[in-house]
Design a protein around this ligand. Structure first.
Ligand SMILES: [Zn+2]
Length: 212
């Protein structure tokens, strides 16, 4: 129970900071509603919380998290449920965000599962979910011969690019991007050294964002 106690103590600190202190942030967010300008699609990994990494405040970012920060293809006729696509639609069409960031990271267990697909135990949901990025995996494995960095890292980055590509296939994202009302970004967080890299579409590379 110590873990839950720690979280509840955290909640008490949060309550003091945002409600008891007279801070009006949540009152304003209640009265005026939320209007985040950025949607971040991140992995569920406990080490890669977008709010912590960016020091975002309540109301700043709309967040979707899932295994390996994947955006599924635009498939309106598919009979399965589309949690990620519903969140995308809400952020883009209702909240009218100006930016979408796909935030990937190093040491991603979801990407590891993707790379080991077919070689690991059968899972109920993980294997099928990460198969969204099979194309990214195949690209990385076919290039393994001249790799400068481990396949895992290259695949983590390819998964970000695949999610960005899938985003552009949603018609209401595509039209806003073309109208320059919406910008897509690919970020890669390196857990071991805290570096944040940004995808540069011109050079086709992930480039480190200066720390100061
Ligand atoms: Zn991950």
């Amino acid at each position: 129970m110590a873990e839950v106690k720690k979280l509840l103590n955290g909640y008490r600190e949060f309550y003091k900071k945002y409600y008891e202190s007279g801070n009006t942030l949540y009152r304003d967010l209640t009265r005026h509603g939320q209007s985040p300008k950025t949607l971040i699609i991140a992995c569920s990994d406990s080490r890669v919380d977008p709010s912590i990494i960016t020091e975002a405040q309540p109301g700043d970012i709309f967040v979707v998290r899932n295994v390996a920060n994947l955006v599924p293809p635009y498939q309106i006729s598919d009979s399965s449920l589309h949690g990620v696509s519903a969140a995308l639609e809400f952020a883009v069409r209702i909240l009218d965000v100006n930016h979408i960031v796909v935030l990937g990271h190093s040491h991603c267990a979801g990407v590891k599962a993707l790379l080991e697909q077919g070689r690991t135990e059968h899972t109920d949901f993980i294997g099928r979910w990460v198969s969204i990025a099979t194309k990214a995996r195949d690209k990385v494995l076919s290039e393994q011969g001249d790799a400068k960095e481990p396949a895992e890292h290259r695949c983590e980055k390819e998964c970000i690019l695949l999610s960005l590509q899938n985003l552009t296939e949603f018609p209401w994202i595509q039209s806003k991007v073309q109208a320059r009302e919406l910008k897509l970004h690919g970020w890669y967080f390196s857990i071991e050294d805290g570096k944040l890299l940004e995808y540069n579409a011109t050079s086709g590379e992930f480039v480190a964002i200066p720390q100061s």
